[in-house]
Design a protein around this ligand. Structure first.
Ligand code: ADP
Ligand code: MG
Length: 578
């Protein structure tokens, strides 16, 4: 016989390989246990980046001696009682695997005392070998001490990165938990030094400040959105605040930190056309959905989840982000500070216009409007931010020089036109009726056999997007009409890209997104190029139109539409004030 059943010890060690990758994984599992035990104070004490010692102390409910004995056995958990519990997990842990796994690759000692117990107890496990539970002096709660992680698995130990890297992973773990549990006091000590001390937050932004720092926290605006059983809330940055990576992008599902493609994609999609390529926002996003709608049992470290209704989740997050950015663009929050680094000292890119009159909004379609919980501001008769400006003139054939109630404003007419053309197209796309214009000279597209058979079935959907195509010989089509707003352009190229997109996915949302991207590019190429003299009423019309569209402060590629110089900025540059 060649098949043998693994010994308990071997099995634990294999399981440990999945759960315990590095010291930070241990910290994560232990802190999760403390949170599940209802702790309001959690202290993490580590030595040598966790390789020598990890000690987590909490004031949670503790364990009675019998539970203490069981806690280090495999598959022993207090969190799943009935067989259906696996389908609506409300705790961070549930597999009963962490403590035995950790115990099999370290020297572990657990000391615990429930709140109603006269004394505490302790249990010890070394390399998977369990010792009897003993009475021991202890304060209320639980302390788990892990010494010499991987002492018996040298291969694992070799995979550890530099002490600084391992420490930074531990900090990341603590920071994520701290963001999700602002009412819990977290402490982190490394080699006797206090690394983090996050007192329980009382006001909304306290915890953000502790974790992300004052500068970033001050630029984040709160948002909340809900529809049915799905709620999305948190904090996000508005353009032009951005970062070169996704470091400040935190997503949580039912307060569990996850790295999920659907969520990340939805967040970035919500920002689409507001940030420059390669720039990312700062977002702390909490998705709350029924426990039964999310499977958290798909990844050893529980960093990934699977949604039962992935499309709904995606749409909810996109809506929440868009709505927040839209509201922010209309009602700038007073706490928002300007980005610190700008091209010239004293010059700020203005990110939020004050009131602007908006009739139909970019997302004013019935389908979307029906799920917004925060109603879009009703159209007001007041003058808009842009239309109320005084136009002083145009310089270099590309910048408008204006005066607002706040100061001097320079407007990049090219960027402004891009945003206007783009938003109008988006409105038409949303309304499902893109205005078409017949072409005087039809443009030809030659396709492969595969493409043309695909196109045949998709003529109607292309027409909804504003393109009319007619067969013109074998595998050749003539584009006879195109979206009116696109002015001139290489339509054949756009159509070819759309067909490629259709071949890949048959989802209209995907196609729509692709189109938005394409339109952004086309808008950019087809609108008034820089260096054209504008008549006074053309400038006036441009400003009026800026007030009619969403996200008027950034072109569809995220470049700023305007720069603003306040009286203070000017005084400072003339050294009148310091
Ligand atoms: P899981 O968290 O998946 O249940 P663990 O191996 O992490 O599995 O923990 C096993 C059990 O030990 C938990 O279900 C819980 O009952 C108990 N436990 C672990 N840590 C603590 C703690 N800090 N406070 C109270 N109970 C704990
Ligand atoms: Mg656990």
């Amino acid at each position: 016989m060649k098949i043998q059943i693994l010994s308990e010890e071997m099995a634990s060690r294999i399981a440990a390989g999945e759960v315990v990758e590095r010291p930070a994984s241990v910290v994560k599992e232990l802190v999760e246990n403390s949170l599940d035990a209802g702790a309001t104070e959690i202290s993490v004490w580590i030595e040598k980046s966790g390789t020598l010692l990890i000690r987590v102390t909490d004031n949670g409910e503790g364990m009675a001696p019998e539970d203490l004995a069981l806690s280090v056995d495999r598959h022993s958990t207090s969190k799943l009682k009935e067989k259906d519990d696996l389908f609506h997990i409300a705790t961070l842990g549930f597999r009963g695997e962490a403590l035995p796994s950790i115990g099999s690759v370290s020297k572990t000692e657990i000391l615990s005392r429930p709140h109603d117990a006269p004394t505490g107890h302790q249990v010890r496990v070394e390399g998977g070998r369990k010792y009897d539970v003993q009475p021991a002096a202890a304060s209320f709660g639980t302390t788990v001490e892990i010494r010499e992680i991987f002492f018996n698995t040298p291969a694992r130990r070799k995979f550890l990165k530099s002490p600084a890297t391992e420490l930074s992973h531990i900090c990341d773990v603590i920071n994520r938990m701290a963001l999700a549990y602002p009412k819990v006091h977290f402490r982190l000590h490394h080699d006797g030094r206090n690394v983090a001390d996050y007192a329980a937050a009382t006001a909304g932004k306290d915890r953000l400040q502790q974790v992300l720092g004052r500068d970033i926290a001050s630029r984040l605006i709160p948002f909340a959105w809900s529809h049915g059983e799905v709620a999305v809330n948190g904090y996000l940055s508005a353009a032009p605040t951005s970062f070169p990576n996704t470091r400040y992008l935190y997503t949580f599902v039912n307060r569990r930190y996850v790295r999920d493609k659907v969520l990340t994609h939805a967040v970035l999609h919500g920002y689409e056309t507001l940030l420059m390529k390669g720039q990312y926002p700062a977002v702390v996003l909490f998705l709350e959905i029924p426990f039964s709608d999310v499977d958290v049992n798909v990844h050893p470290a529980k960093y990934e989840v699977r949604f039962r209704r992935q499309g709904d989740v995606h749409e909810a997050v996109v809506n929440a982000v868009r709505q927040a950015l839209k509201v922010e663009a209309k009602e700038p929050s007073p706490h928002t500070e300007w980005p610190v680094s700008t091209p010239f000292a004293g010059v700020r890119e203005r990110s939020f216009p004050y009131a602007s009159t908006v009739g139909v909004t970019g997302d004013g379609s019935v389908r979307r409007a029906a799920v917004f919980s925060v109603p879009v501001q009703a159209a007001a008769k007041q003058e808009g931010f842009f239309s109320s400006m005084t136009i002083l003139g145009q310089i270099f054939g590309c910048y408008l020089v204006c005066l607002s109630s706040q100061g001097l404003v320079l407007i990049d007419q090219h960027a402004a036109h891009e945003r206007i053309a783009f938003e109008k197209l988006r409105q038409q796309l949303d309304a499902g009726a893109v205005e078409k214009q017949n072409l005087l000279i039809p443009q030809m597209v030659e396709l492969s056999a595969g493409e043309s058979s695909l196109l045949e079935q998709k003529l109607a959907s292309l027409e909804r997007f504003g393109f009319v195509l007619e067969p013109f010989g074998p595998a050749t089509y003539a584009i006879t009409a195109a979206p009116a707003l696109l002015a001139e352009g290489d339509y054949a190229q756009v159509v070819r890209e759309m067909i490629a997109e259709l071949a890949e996915v048959d989802k209209s949302e995907k196609l729509r997104q692709h189109l938005e991207e394409r339109f952004a590019t086309i808008a950019c190429h087809s609108v008034i190029r820089a260096n054209r003299k504008l008549e006074n009423q053309e400038m006036r019309a441009l400003l009026n139109e800026l007030d009619q569209v969403e996200f008027a402060t950034q072109c569809p590629h995220g470049r700023p539409v305007l720069l603003e110089f306040s009286r203070d900025d000017l005084d400072r540059r003339f050294k009148r004030i310091v």
